[in-house]
Design a protein around this ligand. Structure first.
Ligand SMILES: Cc1cc2nc3c(=O)[nH]c(=O)nc-3n(C[C@H](O)[C@H](O)[C@H](O)COP(=O)(O)O)c2cc1C
Length: 231
C-alpha cells in the first residue's frame, strides 16, 4: 500500500486526541515497510529499588478509544514482576525513517484472560510452544538445558518436535492451550508525547495529559489536554 507524505509538523491547533494520530503513524510505518518491526516499542519499568529497566516488546493492539496499547509476555518475567509492584510504566516508539517518536506514560494492567486466549489461538504452534518452553527472565545453566526443557515440555503437551525444535505437523495433533502465566498487558497512557523531527534540531513536540479514573474494566479516562513543547 502506498502512503501519502506525512505532515512535516503537527497542526497549529493541536488535535484533541493524540492517540488517533499516534496510531496513524504506526499504520504509516507498517504500510511503508520502513523497518522489520514497526510495532516495536521500548517498555520502561521501575524496580523496587527505583532503578529503571527498559526492553523492547511488540505492540499487538493499539486502541485509541478508550485508549490503551497491548503487548504479550510472560507474567513471571522481570518486567511483569516490576509492573505488578509498580504499574507506572513508559513506552516509546521510534520510526527513524519517518523521523517520528511517540512517548506514552501510564499504568499497566493485565488484559482480560479471554482476550489473551483469543490472541494466543491466532499464534502459530511454534510460538505457542515457545510460551510454554521458556521461563522468561529466570537464570539458565546452559543453552542445552533450555533445549532439554523445551523438548520435555513439548512432550508433556503431546507435541512432537523436529530437529530445529519446530513442532512436527501431525494430523490430529493436540491443541496447545495458553499457559496461565502468559498473556497480554494493557498500558493505559495518561501522558502522550508526539515528536516530529525537524531540520537543524527544530523539532515539533507536543504533549497531552488526561486523568485515568479506575473502573471495573480498566479506567474511565478524562478528556485529553495538549500543549506544544520546545524541542
Ligand atoms: C524486536 C523485539 C521484540 C520483542 N518482543 C517481545 C514481546 O513482545 N514480548 C516479550 O515478552 N519480549 C519481547 N522481546 C524480548 C524483550 O526485549 C526482553 O528480552 C524479554 O521480554 C525479557 O525482559 P525482562 O527480563 O525485562 O522481563 C522482544 C525483543 C526484541 C528485540
Amino acid at each position: 500500500m502506498t502512503q501519502g507524505p506525512l505532515a512535516p509538523t503537527l497542526p497549529a491547533d493541536l488535535p484533541d486526541d493524540p492517540l488517533h494520530r499516534a496510531k496513524a503513524w504506526l499504520e504509516h510505518a507498517t504500510a511503508a515497510g520502513v523497518q522489520r518491526n514497526p510495532n516495536a516499542m521500548t517498555l520502561s519499568t521501575v524496580g523496587s529499588d527505583g532503578q529503571p529497566s527498559a526492553r523492547v516488546v511488540l505492540c499487538k493492539a493499539f486502541v485509541p478509544d478508550p485508549g490503551y496499547v497491548v503487548f504479550y509476555t510472560n507474567y513471571r518475567s522481570r518486567k511483569v514482576q516490576q509492573l505488578t509492584a509498580n504499574p507506572q510504566v513508559a513506552l516509546t516508539f521510534h520510526w527513524d525513517a519517518l523521523g517520528r517518536q511517540v512517548r506514552l506514560q501510564g499504568v499497566a494492567v493485565r488484559s482480560p484472560a479471554a482476550e489473551s486466549d483469543a490472541y494466543f489461538a491466532t499464534r502459530d504452534r511454534g510460538s505457542q510452544l515457545g510460551a510454554w518452553g521458556s521461563d522468561q527472565s529466570a537464570e539458565l545453566a546452559s543453552r542445552d538445558a533450555l533445549v532439554d526443557q523445551i523438548r520435555e515440555r513439548a512432550a508433556g503437551l503431546g507435541v512432537e518436535l523436529g530437529p530445529n525444535l519446530v513442532p512436527v505437523e501431525q494430523s490430529g495433533a493436540p491443541e496447545i492451550p495458553r499457559p496461565p502465566h502468559w498473556g497480554g498487558i494493557r498500558v493505559w497512557p495518561s501522558r502522550v508525547e508526539l515528536w516530529i523531527e525537524g531540520a537543524d534540531r527544530i523539532h515539533d513536540r507536543a504533549a497531552w495529559t488526561r486523568a485515568l479514573d479506575p473502573a471495573d474494566d480498566g479506567f474511565r479516562p478524562g478528556a485529553w489536554s495538549g500543549t506544544r513543547l520546545q524541542p
